[in-house]
Design a protein around this ligand. Structure first.
Ligand code: TZP
Ligand code: MG
Length: 213
């Protein structure tokens, strides 16, 4: 059975932005504020560090029902017993990742254009559980993500994803102030809006207020 996954408010972690508080404590606060899914992402971590970080976050999420994804690293996701893995366009192909992780884990895939979404939609049903669509706005968190698609561009891709049976989350530059502009997706995904917030629980609550309106 694939684990339950609520994409409404999806936190992607950033170790540098979490700072001395540490990622697990930021995740704990964010979940108290209403985050529904978490992805451990740390591009600077070694494999071993990512594994240790994933285990720490898994401990925080135990019993919460919040799904845990690992960014990029399929082996870390499997060894840590995460609920799923999230891959981008430069990572291993989604079909191969699905083969490796089997039917009982979640798979997310980043898409930022019609062509990338076409590839996701052409995969056998059940290969991908959720597509990340973005960036909505240009973001300093991922400068190489390129120009923003804008809320209209995201909504158009999200409509195509939904028509093809794929759930979607929007990512890139989303703040509590901007969140209401993002429509058509099943959830929003943030890094800095929560990880860089003085009060991650309050930031999550503010985002949830918009997503549940
Ligand atoms: N993929 C596309 S934009 C992005 C990722 C990982 C970063 C989003 O970060 P923020 O701080 O929510 O703009
Ligand atoms: Mg990646």
């Amino acid at each position: 059975m694939r684990p339950p996954f609520d994409p409404t408010l999806y936190l992607v972690t950033d170790t540098a932005l979490a700072g001395p508080r540490g990622v697990p404590d930021v995740v704990r606060a964010a979940v108290a504020g209403g985050v529904t899914a978490v992805q451990v992402r740390d591009k600077d971590a070694s494999c071993r560090q990512l594994y240790a970080l994933t285990l720490s976050v898994k401990e925080v999420l135990a019993g919460t029902g919040v799904a845990l994804f690992v960014n990029d690293d399929v082996e870390v996701a499997l060894m840590a017993g995460a609920d799923g893995v999230h891959v981008g366009q430069d990572d291993l192909p989604a079909a191969e990742v699905r083969e490796r992780i089997g039917p009982d884990r979640l798979l997310g895939l980043s898409t930022g254009s019609d062509d990338e979404l076409d590839v996701a939609l052409a995969l056998p049903s059940g290969t991908v559980d959720v597509v990340g669509i973005g960036p909505v706005w240009t973001t300093p968190t991922k400068p190489d993500a390129g120009a923003g698609l804008g809320p209209e561009g995201v909504a158009a891709l999200a409509a195509r994803a939904a028509a093809g049976g794929l759930r979607s989350v929007a990512i890139g530059g989303i703040s509590p102030e901007r969140a209401a502009l993002v429509t058509g997706v099943d959830g929003i995904c943030v890094v800095s809006a929560i990880c860089a917030a003085d009060d991650p629980a309050a930031a999550a609550r503010a985002l949830r207020e918009v997503t549940t309106r």
